[in-house]
Design a protein. Structure first.
Length: 122
């Protein structure tokens, strides 16, 4: 799965979020979490789990319908960021960066951290 980009929708990302946060968990646990977090019933959550399985994002393990993420959160974040840059910022990462920086006053510590990140990219 590492080389393949899997497109996950917001609802599927909620399911993946539980697994990324908690590790391998039973489907029932995911359903309980999402019932408390967003009010979904068990059937909705199981449908989304099965959709993620069909896409190759989740593996089902037995016993107890255990769910394991097959794609790391960072890989999905990277793909989503690339899509956002392409779709909204004409493929220009510097436009996204400028937009983010103009929205919020940064502390000296945050600015220094950004400098370090940029320095590592050179």
């Amino acid at each position: 799965m590492e080389g393949k980009n899997i497109k996950l929708f917001d609802s599927e990302l909620k399911v993946m979020g539980v697994i990324w946060r908690e590790g391998d968990v039973p489907a029932k646990y995911i359903a309980d979490c999402l019932n408390m977090e967003v009010g979904w019933n068990k059937n909705t959550t199981y449908t989304l789990i099965k959709r993620c399985m069909k896409k190759g994002a989740i593996e089902r393990l037995e016993p107890n319908f255990m769910c394991r993420a097959l794609i790391p959160k960072e890989k999905v974040q990277e793909a989503e960021t690339d899509e956002l840059i392409d779709k909204v910022y004409d493929g220009c990462a510097d436009k996204l960066f400028a937009s983010l920086l103009s929205r919020k006053k940064l502390s000296a510590e945050q600015i220094e951290k950004l400098r370090q990140i940029i320095g590592e990219l050179k």
